[in-house]
Design a protein around this ligand. Structure first.
Ligand code: B12
Ligand code: SF4
Length: 474
């Protein structure tokens, strides 16, 4: 038996093929292949940089979907199904919105692969794949199952190893798909299994893709004490309440932490309360626009990737512009000015739906006219276009060479060691380039016809190729 694993891309640019130059290993598919019985042949195709050989013989196609790639995933599924190959869809989007995905696949898988994937493979082998598998969520890779990292070799992924320490988060932010998926719970792997996984791979640079690595401070501290002797460098994602615990900060620095993706979300305390982002309001000294917290991050040399969700009900054009000034003043390593997005299954989506504020028929991810980084709802204090424009102008300013040069001059963070400076200089231009390439991109490849009609897809591909031939831009 042979299974083809596919990582779908978001879409394509209008004028050229889109290759994601900042692509990272698709850990979900590596984990999935690791959980597959060893007698099954596994191949992986990554739509972010390679053409999918639809005619290559295979017995089952497994696609992992997050919401932005849903449209493209359905197109890929249609290509295979038109050739008689069964397709199963899994991941965050099918788990949160199974009703939609069911229409585009032979089978959908809800929840973590750890629980029922082996059964689904066996069913496919016997030719009796069920239309739906409802699985639980919980501790990742239990029993020490390892991802099939051999499938990533030669695909040009960024040189860092993706790994999980935990899954889920205890907080309940109203816009967060993770909180909805894991029902406000964090599931932590046994330390020895994580350490063994670190030992079994070659790199010394690890990205723990946890939703909130520090959701449980005590568990994190215990793990970090054991991580110190491994002498790795690592980054992760974590909430800002980490700065309330200096012992935790100390252990992170000692175990090689370079910094975290930190969800600041907004500089307006009213918006933070509305979105229920509790960790951002936990600072002992009260609200000071994160100044004391950012100083603590700097004190421990953390190179912070600040993320913002913009367009909450108390945000204004001015407050969004001030958010950019806040990020510049603090010379963050990276910043993501994300438009607040209504993901189905979240309280935010339900509220905006009730209030009649959703645009694009409430299904922006499938809409043929929706473009990457465009407002998909009606904000309170500005028009959707104003929200789109002000965020783009912040992003544009942030990514300019002048800004990259100016932000570099922080001797506590980016200039505090050669490795940190290298990371700053290597990744800032790369992310800036990706940001410009992705801005305004339509989703999927088939722009005109209904989703999942392979004929249109082929025509689109031909026209893109022609455009690439004439312009020389790919
Ligand atoms: C790491 C990460 C990233 C990395 C990308 C890593 C990579 N390889 O490319 C970075 C930081 C670059 C990133 C970017 C984005 N991400 Co992201 N990301 C994550 C994160 C935190 C972890 C994903 C991961 O690798 N987990 C580890 C693996 C092993 O777990 P898993 O993916 O959940 O897979 C398990 C199950 O879902 C299931 N499963 C998954 N696929 C399949 C397939 C089949 C067939 C089966 C049977 C089972 C199955 O089994 C797996 C094992 O248990 C998730 C949050 C999350 N918990 O999912 C968000 C998440 C997936 N991202 C999200 C988003 C929105 C984005 C962006 C679009 C953000 C933006 N505005 O730019 C971008 C663009 C992505 C793109 N396509 O280009 C959302 C998706 C929301 C949704 N409803 O779908 C999530 C859920 C975060 C959130 N809080 O909302 N992301
Ligand atoms: S702290 Fe982060 S991961 Fe946790 S619920 Fe809030 S946004 Fe989601």
């Amino acid at each position: 038996m042979k299974i083809t694993f596919i990582m779908p891309n978001i879409g394509r640019q209008d004028h050229s093929l889109y290759i994601d130059e900042a692509r990272m290993e698709p850990l979900s598919l590596g984990v999935l292949a690791g959980l597959t019985p060893p007698d099954v042949e596994c191949v992986l195709y990554d739509d972010r940089m390679e053409e999918i050989p639809f005619d290559e013989p295979t017995d089952l196609v497994a696609i992992s979907i997050e919401i932005y790639a849903a449209r493209r995933a359905y197109e890929i599924a249609a290509e295979y199904r038109s050739r008689g190959v069964p397709v199963i869809l899994g991941g965050a989007h099918p788990s949160l919105f199974p009703e939609e995905c069911q229409a585009y696949a032979d089978s959908i898988y809800i929840g973590d692969a750890e629980f029922r994937w082996a059964e689904a493979v066996e069913d496919a082998r016997q030719g009796r794949l069920k239309p739906r598998y409802d699985a639980a969520v919980g501790v990742a890779q239990a029993g020490g199952s390892l991802p099939r990292r051999d499938l990533f070799v030669g695909k040009g992924y960024l040189p860092l190893t993706l790994m999980q320490f935990s899954r889920g988060c205890r907080f309940a932010c109203d816009f967060c798909a993770v909180s909805a998926y894991f029902k406000k719970t964090q599931y932590i792997r046994p330390t020895q299994e994580v350490l063994e996984e670190i030992r079994r791979q070659d790199r010394k640079f690890v990205f723990f893709v946890d939703d909130n690595f520090l959701s449980n401070h005590d568990a994190a501290k215990s793990f970090l004490r054991d991580l110190i002797p491994m002498k790795i460098r690592w980054v992760s994602q974590a909430s800002i309440d980490m700065t309330n615990d200096l012992e935790l900060m100390e252990l992170m620095a000692k175990s090689g932490c370079m910094g975290h993706v930190v969800g600041f979300e907004s500089i307006s305390p009213e918006s933070i309360k509305l979105m229920k982002k509790a960790p951002n309001l936990m600072h002992k000294e009260g609200w000071d626009r994160y100044q004391a917290q950012v100083e603590i991050l700097r004190q421990f040399h953390m190179q912070t990737w600040a993320t913002f969700t913009l367009g909450h009900d108390f945000d204004t054009i001015e407050s969004i512009q001030e958010t950019h000034e806040f990020a510049m003043r603090n010379r963050f390593c990276f910043a993501a000015y994300n438009i607040l997005m209504p993901y189905p299954g979240t309280p935010l989506y339900d509220r905006l739906n009730r209030e009649g504020r959703l645009l694009f028929d409430g299904k922006w991810w499938l809409h043929p006219e929706y473009r990457f980084n465009q407002a998909a709802f009606v904000p309170k204090n500005m028009t959707p276009d104003e929200l789109t424009d002000v965020i783009w102008s912040c992003r544009d300013k942030w990514n300019s060479p002048r800004s990259i040069f100016w932000r570099m001059w922080d001797f506590k963070t980016h200039m505090s060691s050669f490795t940190r400076l290298f990371m700053y200089l290597a990744y800032n231009p790369l992310y800036a380039k990706e940001s410009y390439k992705k801005q305004g991109m339509l989703f999927g490849r088939n722009r005109k016809g209904p989703i999942g009609v392979p004929v249109g897809e082929t025509a689109t591909r031909r026209s893109i190729e022609r455009s690439a031939e004439t312009t020389g831009v790919r």
